[in-house]
Design a protein around this ligand. Structure first.
Ligand SMILES: C[S@@+](CC[C@H](N)C(=O)[O-])C[C@H]1O[C@@H](n2cnc3c(N)ncnc32)[C@H](O)[C@@H]1O
Length: 243
């Protein structure tokens, strides 16, 4: 009998409803560098509604320290920065092509205070407890399943006590027609690059985040979850550690 915890790429296993990714990180990097100039066409069709909602849920107050991980072309980062004119806004991405687009966008918008860094979500180039808010959109859904909690743990590490995390991810469709992209992905026909539906809330709860909330929305049959949570404040964390 096969081991239910090991799966062929793209196949569903018995322990998880989340498909395993079909491509590796080198493929993702090449793909996002190549696709950067036209990525916003896809985003306008399938992700713009979620971006609006992320900004509402994030509720940036001017003066905060805000980090967006995997900024892509920087559209959401620019919107975060506009809400935070006197604060610190930082963006990170792995792909050169995306960073170049983001840099141009920020320069055009004269958002000179925004810091852009090349970096990996799995090893963020920041000290612990540096940010009040961490935002990450449509990145966990392209990571291998076992990297998802590692990335969330990095988000938690760089958040200050009581800091907020806001995620948007391609998620599991809740109606048959919303499962179209995942069904095709499982059959080897991916219209969503290396992305497939994920569920982030369990990883957040597992890592001790508080106030975990999840919303589900769709655009062009493309299902998105918006998950928000708060890192417990220091007093609570210390009390838990001594229990
Ligand atoms: C689907 S795009 C989403 C871009 C942007 N967040 C948005 O919503 O428009 C995925 C982005 O994740 C970036 N990425 C993939 N793996 C990453 C990693 N390990 N660390 C940082 N960025 C990563 C890619 O370079 C790409 O810009």
């Amino acid at each position: 009998m096969s081991d239910p915890t090991t799966t062929e790429t793209g196949q569903r296993d018995r322990g998880s409803a989340i498909l395993e990714v079909r491509r590796d990180r080198a493929w993702d990097l090449r793909f996002y560098t190549r696709i950067a100039p036209v990525y916003e066409l896809w985003a306008a069709l399938a992700e713009s509604k979620a971006r609006g909602r992320v900004l509402e849920v994030a509720g940036v107050s001017d003066g905060e320290a805000v980090l967006e991980v995997a900024v892509g072309t920087g559209k959401q980062l620019a919107a975060l920065a506009r809400r935070n004119p006197t604060g610190r806004t930082v963006g990170v991405d792995l792909a050169d092509g995306m960073l170049a687009m983001a840099r141009r966008r920020l320069a055009r918008a004269r958002l000179d205070r925004v810091e852009l860094r090349q970096g990996d979500a799995l090893a963020l180039p920041f000290e612990g407890e540096s940010f009040d808010l961490v935002v990450n959109s449509y990145m966990l859904d392209l990571l291998p399943r076992d990297h998802i909690p590692l990335a969330v743990a990095e988000f938690r590490r760089v958040l200050r006590p009581a800091g907020r995390l806001v995620l948007s991810n391609m998620t599991k469709g809740e109606r048959p027609r919303h499962r179209l992209f995942d069904t095709l992905y499982a059959r080897g026909l991916s219209l969503t690059a290396n992305c497939r539906g994920v569920l982030a809330a369990p990883a957040l709860r597992e890592l001790g985040f508080a106030e975990v909330r999840r919303e589900y929305l769709t655009q062009l049959l493309f299902p998105t979850e918006i998950v928000s949570a708060r890192k417990p404040d220091r007093e609570l964390t210390e009390r838990e550690a001594t229990r």
